[in-house]
Design a protein around this ligand. Sequence first.
Ligand code: SF4
Ligand code: MSK
Length: 637
Amino acid sequence: MSEEIKKYSGDAATQQMRRRAEEEGVVTIWDREALQEPHCGFGTLGVCCKNCNLGPCRIDPFGEGATQGVCGATAEVIAARNLVRHIAAGSACHNDHGREITKTLLMAAEGKTKFYQITSVDKLKSLANEFKIKTDNRKPEEIAIDVAKKIFSEYGQQEGEISLIQRAPEKQKKIWRKFNLMPRGIDREVVECLTRTNIGVDNDYQNLMMQGMRTALSDGWGGSMVATELSDILFGKPSPQRARVNLGVLKHDEVNLLVHGHVPVLSEMICNASTLPEMIEYAKQKGANGINVAGLCCTANEVLVRRGFPVAGNFLQQELALLTGAVDLLLVDLQCIMPSLPEIAHCFHTKIVSTSPKAKFPGMEHIEFKEEEALPIAKQIVKMAIDNYPNRDKARVCIPDESKNLVPGFTTEYVFDMLGGKYRSTFRPLNDAIINGRIRGVAGVVGCDNPKMESGDTHLKLVKELIKNDVLVVQTGCSALACAKAGLLTPEAAYEFAGKGLREICEAVGIPPVLHLGACVDNSRILTACIEMVKEGGLGEGLDDLPIAGAAPEWMSEKAIAIGWYFVASGALVVFGMPFPVYGSPEMTRFVTEDVEKITGGKWAFEPDPLKMAQIMIEHINKKRAALRLQPMMYEK
Ligand code: SF4
Ligand code: MSK
């Protein structure tokens, strides 16, 4: 095996399929990345601008050439404008995801689609209470209609404050009101970002960044939180269950149908269709022993945490899954889907189908998804996969013999029940474990995998170091899958990898040292868990007092920037493995790594080495512990 391949990912399935790509002459993301090296320095530093036709302009970061764009914009203005546009785009994606789920809930409640039901009535009622919607003596459908309409109104709300952000501790709300960071409406903040970043509008980098933070908050406490809450209401609250992950979940003798993207509305229906006796019987008629639905990226996480469906891989494995030659149909909706997929699919028998009017791909067949016809469309797609099974060239199939167990499906509500036991739901044991020094703190490790880094291994090394140091880790997205592939998301991992204090807690409660909370939108579950830690008492008055930290070691998407910013705006330290593009401006670099802390209590750090990254997070957690005067770590001399 080429040393180059080994260097980039320790995951054996990834190595094997990259070797196959080399042999077959198939170009993958690693090859394309190499062709882009060295990446444009101006872009990397964030000091190029093409916001108007006076440009494009670029600032010389060494101060020898142009120090201003044609309009007079300086490096810090250009870097801030670019960053704010990234935040707006990332937030828009999450917010739109929330909008899709809201639409489905409304259609289900109004009887416009018979294929979706309200599964979690208790969650619907408690959400309705937060929106001040009456629940007494009302049918769930009536309540759901009011909830969905209220949420829609908050997308376009012009003034005031969005509802779900009222969940935050008073300390944060005071800060956000004082600094004008309270989001007024979910879509509104994104639009204002686009206005302000036009030529000649907002030319104060700090003022621009305040709007960037307000927008990110409208994502975390708005669109993303809506997506999580309503998905739980429609599809059920996740709960821990055993499942499997990595390319080895593909089956030689069954129809393999992969679901890829983000919004779970269609993938849930595909799962339903694939388990219908008539479909299984049809698959048997075509010579298959069954239908194997598995996921990629965040759609994978959605059907994993609620239904225990297997996961074929994370972001970097989407092309590799096709290279197995065993995928009969790949179904995509939107977000994180590489446009290169049809080219690879066409090297094999794989059918590839897009479904969202917002995301079309040359080379894919398009079957438009409609909620009113959800199950018939899902059945049509499952049937297409079955019909394609006999076309599979068995001689060309190569499925890596690699898959691992994991236990996903933890939520804020589940942590209550799990820790408190049957009679008293509470976060008290978690807070006590932190206060008495068994657990040092909590770290959220999230985000994408990236060929510029070690392709998933950065997550692994970081998380192992954190749990070794008694930091309980919570994960979402492709980061969770990277660690699951190495077996870290099982209760047994505590014995092998966790420090003594954390191990004791994991043993007592029967949980993994690394908890999988769901897809990228479910980072909102980390916010709600943090709220409960503050409410439980003993760990300060606000989110910025908690001994917590966040990281996205291999981030690549604008969505990761938006997520990072809503945590920083909520008072957390967030470490990225690679800086976002601001280093061309000393002022902006100082703002994001230092000055912002004086406003929100949170800040950024950038560090590519996973062990140093862990150190930064641990030192930050220790600093918070010291400020709270918590007991010394129980097993540290
Ligand atoms: Fe150049 Fe200013 Fe136009 Fe940007 S907005 S392209 S810096 S002139
Ligand atoms: S899917 S945003 S690659 S985590 Fe949410 Fe993975 Fe990053 Fe997409």
